[in-house]
Design a protein around this ligand. Structure first.
Ligand code: CA
Length: 218
């Protein structure tokens, strides 16, 4: 299941991403409202976790835009504001649930489970594209009927690429995604891990965009 997390507080976001990934969710993280709206139709998340206090446009506006475009994606709103008015605004506009900060991560997981049940969402922990399937809980890669267990870095790298099918991921973005798990990612290690991954993947599954990064083409 893919979750789009829109949260500008990096400390909170880092904790949430860690916890969500542990539950087997694929997480795409955006720190501003405009970029969140841009990636929404591309990422097609199953659920949006939306902070209301964003640096560019108000989270309420992001929610309004999502609902005005008739996107059915469930949205759980997160906010530091505990005024009843913003809570009611969010629910009126079509938020599915509401969590006031600071919240317990276990409570967040419970709310996510409740919303996914209500929407009958597939809580599968697989990211699939063509004959390639990545198990987010087991860290295993299945291509056709061949199963390979990936190490942490290979897994993190492929997860970022498969979460962004059709979008080029820059080397910087990929390095950052690996940094969140481990320290010291040298500049040529991305190439090394890409070449490891390619041994298990169909030809041209990961395309190199010279001087920029990599993409899993649609
Ligand atoms: Ca905020």
């Amino acid at each position: 299941m893919k979750i789009l997390l829109v949260e500008d507080d990096t400390a909170i976001a880092t904790e949430m991403i860690k916890a969500l990934r542990k539950e087997g969710f694929a997480v795409e993280h955006e720190t501003a409202g405009k970029t969140a709206l841009d990636v929404l139709p591309v990422v097609e998340p199953d659920l949006v976790l939306l902070d209301l206090g964003l640096p560019d446009i108000d989270g309420i506006e992001v929610l309004r835009k999502i609902r005005s475009e008739k996107l059915p994606t469930p949205v759980i709103v997160l906010t530091a504001r505990n005024q009843t008015s913003s809570k009611i605004d969010a629910l009126d506009i079509g938020a599915d649930d509401y969590l006031a900060k600071p919240f317990d991560l276990l409570e967040l997981m419970a709310r996510i489970r409740a919303v996914t049940r209500r929407h009958n969402l597939q809580t599968s922990s697989q990211l699939s594209h063509g004959e390639v399937s990545l198990d987010l809980a087991a860290h295993s890669l299945t291509v056709g009927d061949k199963v390979t267990t990936l190490n942490r870095r290979e897994f993190a790298l492929l997860r970022e690429l498969m979460l962004a099918v059709g979008r080029v991921k820059t080397r910087d973005a990929l390095e950052n995604s690996m940094y969140t798990m481990e320290t010291d990612v040298g500049s040529n290690t991305i190439e090394v891990y890409i070449s490891h991954l390619r041994r298990h993947l169909p030809k041209d599954f990961i395309k190199t965009i010279r001087g920029v990064g990599y993409v899993v083409p649609k």
